[in-house]
Write a new protein. Structure first.
Length: 137
C-alpha cells in the first residue's frame, strides 16, 4: 500500500498545515467523540474555498508523511481527520467520512477524506473494494 509515495507532498505551507492538522487530530481523537465531530464540522465550515484534486492529494500525502514520524497510532482515522483540519487551516474544504471498506473476505472500518464532487482523496483503490459511508462530517 505504498502507492501514496508517488504523490508530491505539497508546498512548505501545506506540509506545515499537515503537521498542525495531524497534531490537532491526535488531540481531538482523545476527547469524547461528539467533541471531535463538532470540531470537524467547524473546520468544514471554516474552509470556504474549493480545493482542487491535485492539491487535495498532496495535502493527504503530506499528512500521511507526517504521520510516519509519529511514534503512536496514526492510521486512517487520524490521518483523514488531520487532512480535513489541515485543509481548514489553509482555508480550504474537505469532508471527513467514516464508514467501512468491503472486499470479498475482509470488512474493515475505515475513515477517509473526500472532495464533494470527486470522491475519496488519496485512497488506495484496488479492484473489488467498495466503500459504504456511515457518516459525513
Amino acid at each position: 500500500m505504498e502507492a501514496y509515495s508517488t504523490v508530491r507532498t505539497g508546498t512548505r505551507r501545506e506540509r506545515a498545515a499537515a503537521a498542525a492538522g495531524l497534531a490537532l487530530a491526535l488531540v481531538l481523537l482523545r476527547l469524547p467523540f461528539r467533541h471531535t465531530v463538532r470540531a470537524a464540522r467547524l473546520a468544514r465550515r471554516a474552509g470556504q474555498r474549493p480545493l482542487d484534486t491535485a492539491r487535495a492529494e498532496a495535502l493527504v500525502a503530506a499528512v500521511r508523511h507526517t504521520a510516519r514520524l509519529w511514534p503512536g497510532r496514526a492510521a486512517c482515522m487520524e490521518t483523514s481527520l488531520g487532512a480535513v483540519l489541515a485543509a481548514a487551516l489553509l482555508g480550504r474544504r474537505l469532508t471527513w467520512c467514516l464508514g467501512a471498506r468491503f472486499a470479498p473476505p475482509p470488512v474493515e472500518y475505515h475513515a477517509w477524506a473526500e472532495l464533494p464532487d470527486h470522491g475519496p482523496v488519496g485512497e488506495y483503490t484496488a479492484d473489488g473494494w467498495h466503500r459504504h459511508t456511515a457518516m459525513k462530517v
